[in-house]
Design a protein around this ligand. Structure first.
Ligand code: BGC
Length: 719
């Protein structure tokens, strides 16, 4: 095919054009017919998409079909929990199924390519796009990101109902300074390789069709012009055979970054770096041919890029059939889609706190319940960010779900109390207090509206917005049990309310079926099983705070920490401290990575290692006994952490290396086993090569990253 293409047609393949309704005109149709468009995005009317495909296939000289892109991030019409919530399921199967449902619905609209998963590691809850991420941990994000890729792409990409996935944003975008979206990132190469690039490698290994270059500046070279990332790492080291798309107009932004003087030089940099397709900017269309004619860009480079794009089109089966017959695909929001959304929501919700077993509620023991807050009945808000096509009419809100679950048995009162999550205190707070005081238990639906997270929606203060904390305090004064159900697009700092509530269910933005999931958890139909995929700071000043940190030369411990209020002015300064902590926040998060309570009570004992010493290339098994000491059956997510005690570069104090979902009946004990190959312990060292170093390792098994149940083993090199 390449041999038959003119240079202008090749450049056309590298050009992606916005085709949202307002952009569909004769000009676009003519450009497609002229072979000047390789891909469109943002058109979701299936008849229009089929018409654009028809022009490409029948009217263009070579009949090359279009890639039709769309941000299908966590669902199409049926919305799954935000990706950060999905990460809290620690369940690759449900994540895969969620993506599969999304693909089927999107494919019905003619979409054949999504810009997901976003697998940017983020250690900064201020960053609005943390909502779209899979959290702070490279292992968890790798496992779940790969599952999402598989869900979108199915077993055979050419099957109807599958769509190509995009791993984004390559790379480092989640490390934006101060969590301000689009801001600069500075990530040393060793950290980049050991943390930020790992999920991308996993996505490539899972067969992801495309990668998207990030908007951000990485150590002085914006990602879209970064040859190291896209040629050395992606192509030479990883052997990626798919294609790279820029982010929206990010080629031309190279000039705004200050890397180039004009669009033509930006195109030169992006081509040199390896951006195969330009999204939206159309500067490739205007400058690639000149650069080739001037001899600055070898046509062989262009051919390789176009081949990358065409390969995706062949892989998708578009040359056999570019058209969509919506009737041949399952109905939108069918039973399975809604059930997947419900199960994903159920598994994503994290019980952060549950004092004296206030949860689960028992409808038999209650006469009345008060539902108060701006997010109890907010069908749009519960869907979260990035839901271009999500349908709020499908949403079942917690208020409705609670009504249908227990409304026949108990008196359910509802008061929104705040117009939205940012509202200030108002006289409705008095009404809230009155209803609360008159009810047996208070369910406070707090959090963030969806607009407070997502792209370009970062926050510097991550407390509950508006006067929600004041509402909590007022309701608390009634003396009634108070349960906070928090929906948000990021970890929030909850220090100022945590002591004023008895329980906290953290529900992220749970999606279409968030309401039934929340109701079932509140009333004990199911036990919570979600675990945090990201640390919750006590105060925003602790950020970045993440569990897999380095030890430092002065690691803190409880006995070295002094709180600012306890400093005795007369004591010599050196009588405490000299370790790595904050005087006003200590060094631990409020809730640690991996944390999440259950209605059962789990305990771990008897950790064992299969051999105290193994050779490089061998496998070790680490196991522990897990018991359900509670009186309900429930799922626990058992986690394995490892520490490599000595390395030629310093190693994290703990790293997640395995996890398992286990369902246990009351009184049941099971042995959870994790097999680790010495390759699983490999890291990039001083010379930036991936290797496993012999030496001593600690291993922990438990229900969070704070587990103390430890064993150890040694790796030797007997060769
Ligand atoms: C975002 C991408 C997204 C693209 C297309 C950009 O602003 O950064 O993640 O895929 O828009 O909508």
């Amino acid at each position: 095919m390449l041999a038959e293409m003119s240079l202008a047609e090749k450049v056309g393949q590298m050009n992606q054009v916005n085709a949202s309704d307002s952009e569909i005109d004769d000009h676009l149709r003519q450009a497609i017919a002229a072979g000047r468009v390789g891909s469109v995005l943002n058109q979701v009317d299936v008849d229009t998409v089929n018409e654009l495909q028809r022009i490409a296939v029948q009217e263009s000289r070579l009949g090359i079909p279009l890639l039709v892109g769309r941000d299908v991030i966590h669902g199409f019409k049926t919305v799954m929990p935000i990706p950060l919530g999905q990460a809290a399921t620690w369940n690759p199967e449900i994540v895969r199924e969620g993506a599969r449902v999304a693909a089927l619905e999107a494919a019905k609209a003619g979409i054949n390519w999504t810009f997901a998963p976003m697998i940017d590691i983020s250690r900064d809850p201020r960053w609005g796009r943390i909502a779209e991420s899979l959290g702070e941990d490279p292992y968890l994000a790798s496992e779940l990101g790969a599952a999402m890729v598989q869900g979108f792409q199915g077993e055979r990409l050419a099957d109807k109902g599958t769509i190509a996935a995009t791993a984004k944003h390559f790379a480092g975008y989640g490390a934006a300074e101060s969590g301000r979206d689009y801001a600069t990132t500075n990530i040393p190469e060793n950290e980049l390789r050991n943390v930020y690039l790992r999920p991308f490698k996993a996505a490539v290994d899972a067969g992801v069709v495309s990668l998207m270059a990030a908007f951000s500046d990485l150590d002085g070279i914006p990602a879209t012009g970064n040859e190291f990332l896209m040629r050395q790492v992606l192509r030479d080291e990883w052997g990626f055979a798919g294609f790279v798309v820029s982010d929206w107009d990010s080629v031309r932004q190279l000039q705004i970054h200050g890397l180039t003087e004009n669009d033509k030089e930006s195109v030169y940099q992006a081509l040199t770096a390896g951006v195969d397709m330009e999204m939206a900017g159309q500067s490739y269309l205007h400058h690639v041919e000149d650069l080739v004619k001037e001899g600055r860009i070898d046509v062989g480079i262009i051919d390789a890029m176009v081949a990358n794009i065409l390969r995706a089109k062949f892989g998708l089966g578009l040359f056999e059939d570019a058209y969509t017959n919506p009737a041949a695909l399952p109905a939108i929001a069918n039973k399975h889609a809604l059930e997947t959304s419900r199960v994903a929501a159920l598994q994503s919700i994290v019980l952060l706190k549950n004092d004296h077993g206030v949860l689960p509620l028992s409808a038999e023991k209650l006469d009345s319940v008060a539902i108060i807050g701006p997010l109890a009945d907010a069908p749009y808000e519960q869907l979260g960010t990035w839901i271009f096509d999500g349908d709020p009419e499908l949403s079942i809100t917690p208020m409705h779900a609670i009504h249908s679950l227990v409304g026949h048995d108990i008196d359910v009162r509802y008061l929104r109390a705040m117009e939205n999550s940012r509202s200030k205190a108002s006289p409705t707070f008095d009404e809230a207090v009155a209803i609360a005081g008159d009810s047996d238990v208070v369910l406070l639906f707090l959090g963030e509206e969806s607009i407070l997270s997502g792209e370009a929606h970062s926050r510097a203060d991550i407390n509950l917005p508006g006067d929600q904390a004041e509402l909590v305090r007022r309701v608390r004064e009634t003396g009634k049990p108070v349960v906070a159900i928090i929906q948000a697009g990021r970890p929030l700092t909850l220090t100022n309310i945590v002591d004023d509530v008895d329980a906290i269910l953290f529900a992220w933005h749970p999606g279409t079926m968030g309401g039934p999931a929340i109701a079932d958890l509140l009333f004990g139909v199911e036990s919570p099983s979600g675990k945090l995929p990201v640390s919750f700071p006590r105060m925003v000043g602790q950020v970045p705070i993440y569990y897999n940190q380095k030890n430092t030369g002065k690691p803190p411990s409880p006995d070295t920490v002094v709180h600012i209020d306890d400093i005795d002015a007369r004591a010599p300064q050196l009588s405490f401290g000299m370790t790595a902590f904050h005087l006003d926040a200590g060094y631990t998060p409020l809730y640690a990575f991996g944390h999440g309570l259950s209605y059962a009570e789990f305990s771990y004992d008897n950790i064992k290692v299969s051999a105290p010493e193994i050779d490089l290339g061998d496998t070790v098994t680490i196991s522990a006994e897990l018991t359900n000491n509670g009186d309900v059956a429930a799922v626990e997510i058992a986690q394995l952490y490892v520490r490599d005690l000595v390395g030629n570069v310093t190693r994290p104090v703990r790293e997640l290396k395995g996890f398992k979902r286990v369902r246990l009946d009351p009184g049941q004990t099971v042995t959870v086993e994790f097999r680790l190959h010495t390759d699983d312990l490999a890291f990039y060292g001083r010379d930036m090569l991936l290797m496993t170093e012999p030496g001593q390792f600690h291993a922990w098994i438990g229900g969070s990253s704070e587990t103390e149940l430890r064993t150890q083993f040694r790796i030797i090199d007997s060769s």
